[in-house]
Design a protein around this ligand. Structure first.
Ligand SMILES: N[C@@H](CCC(=O)N[C@@H](CS)C(=O)NCC(=O)O)C(=O)O
Length: 221
């Protein structure tokens, strides 16, 4: 799936210029629930990284970014204060930004009777999160300070939901500056070019999923 949680890993691999293969897990066809995939991630979610050299397999995109950063000694400062600046923003993405935006995305498309309450709740929370990111980036180049880190790599594609969330970029000028800066990086351009290739098979797409695929995907079955 080409969601922000997956794209952040592809972006990191491109930043590292690492040799990698992408194995597509057809999440709209239930492939994440197969015994082989469950053995890699009991939560049945992508992404999962397998290191060909060590055989080590890792789930949770934040853990994957830390693993890659430590393996290649890039994008995560070694010194304690700077390291925790980056880690706290990385964890803010994986435990707050991603889940809250994810719920907003879910309730934007859900048609259930109680969706209006949920929609308002997650829209308000998400709007506040964009403002927090904008405020943070008003005073520094990147989320952790002067340097581009895995906190930025993790958050970049999530921040790109401003239009889809029907908000106005003009309200988040610092976030916009930061997004544009990252989007212009050669690695981000290579990553963006890789995505249509992964989407090429219509069987992988959200729009081609049948009701039963969506029920399974949203764990409603
Ligand atoms: N916290 C996890 C979230 C992973 C996640 O939610 N993956 C979604 C795609 S973004 C997924 O695999 N959905 C399929 C399903 O839930 O069955 C991470 O950061 O890796």
């Amino acid at each position: 799936m080409t969601s922000p949680n997956v794209r952040k890993v592809v972006l990191m691999l491109e930043e590292l210029e690492a040799a990698y293969d992408v194995r597509v897990v057809k999440v709209f066809r239930g492939e994440q629930f197969t015994p082989a995939f469950r053995a890699l991630n009991p939560f049945c979610k992508v992404p999962v990284l397998t290191d060909r050299e060590t055989g080590q397999s890792i789930f949770e995109s934040g853990a994957i970014l830390i693993y890659l950063a430590e393996t290649f000694a890039r994008f995560l400062p070694a010194s304690s204060a700077a390291r925790y600046e980056a880690l706290q923003w990385l964890f803010a993405q994986t435990s707050n930004i991603g889940p809250m935006f994810g719920q907003l995305n879910h309730f934007r498309t859900a048609k259930d009777a109680d969706a209006p309450y949920a929609l308002t709740r997650y829209r308000n929370i998400s709007t506040r999160i964009y403002a927090i990111l904008d405020e943070r980036l008003a005073a520094r180049a990147y989320l952790a300070g002067d340097d581009y880190t895995i906190a930025d790599i993790a958050t970049f594609h999530w921040a790109g939901y401003v239009d889809m969330h029907e908000l106005n970029w003009a309200d988040f000028p610092h976030l916009k500056r930061w997004c544009d800066q990252i989007a212009a990086r050669p690695a981000a351009q290579r990553e963006a070019a890789a995505i249509p290739r992964l989407m090429a098979d219509p069987e992988h797409s959200f729009s081609s999923a049948a009701k039963e695929d969506m029920d399974r995907f949203f764990w409603r079955d």
